[in-house]
Design a protein around this ligand. Structure first.
Ligand SMILES: C[S@@+](CC[C@H](N)C(=O)[O-])C[C@H]1O[C@@H](n2cnc3c(N)ncnc32)[C@H](O)[C@@H]1O
Length: 193
């Protein structure tokens, strides 16, 4: 169903105060982003997670489908690109670090096949030997199942994959998994190519 509004545009102004949580050590270690190196935060929203990395000298760009969320990232001084993960404006093999946090299950517009496109597109722009770090809520957990039901009732179009389904999808797109580790109710995946 196509809705006449974007949920994230509606909540962009208060997203940081109410919903976002900071990058923990596990995520930072998984990324191993270096000052001066480039990081693209895809579905990066307000840039809440990548702004501290930018403050530490990492060159950050945020790409997001929501104009409201991208505007918030821009207001933090981050390079903010309005666009879809399905078509990233970067050359093949050009990005050292890619970050996707709490966003993969939202990559469903205009259709759920965007998740497949996303896997290929993220790997297309990833530098050989670079890192793609994905953090997703673990749908096998009861609390996350409840969250998924809430998002369904809100008509958000979310589509959660199990960790095994996500790994299968990325490996089919040509990724090599370096690590997979739990992080609270989520799982952190580290891929390279
Ligand atoms: C729950 S927010 C997560 C934001 C940020 N990663 C964080 O953890 O604070 C999910 C984000 O994914 C974005 N999004 C949804 N579909 C997208 C797509 N096809 N391409 C890029 N971003 C998308 C939404 O606009 C939203 O900002």
């Amino acid at each position: 169903m196509k809705l006449p509004f974007d949920h994230f545009d509606l909540i962009a102004g208060w997203y940081d105060r109410l919903l976002h949580s900071a990058a923990d050590d596990g995520l930072r270690d998984a990324l191993a982003a270096q000052p001066g190196g480039w990081l693209l935060d895809v579905g990066g929203g307000t840039g809440a997670l990548s702004a501290p990395l930018a403050a530490a000298g990492v060159r950050v760009a945020v790409c997001d489908l929501s104009r409201g969320m991208a505007r918030q990232a821009h207001a933090k001084g981050l390079r903010a690109l309005l666009g879809s993960v399905a078509r990233l404006p970067f050359a093949d093999g050009s990005v050292e670090r890619l970050l996707v946090v709490d966003a993969f299950h939202h990559f469903t517009r205009p259709s759920p096949t965007v998740q497949v496109q996303a896997a290929f597109e993220l790997l297309r722009v990833l530098q050989p030997g670079g890192r793609l770090v994905i953090q997703e809520m673990d749908i096998r957990r009861p609390g996350v199942k409840a969250l998924a039901l809430g998002e369904k009732l809100l008509l958000m179009g979310s589509r959660f994959l199990t960790p095994a389904q996500l790994v299968t999808l990325f490996e089919a797109a040509g990724a090599r998994m370096l690590a997979q580790q739990p992080s609270g109710s989520a799982v952190i995946f580290v891929f390279t190519r």
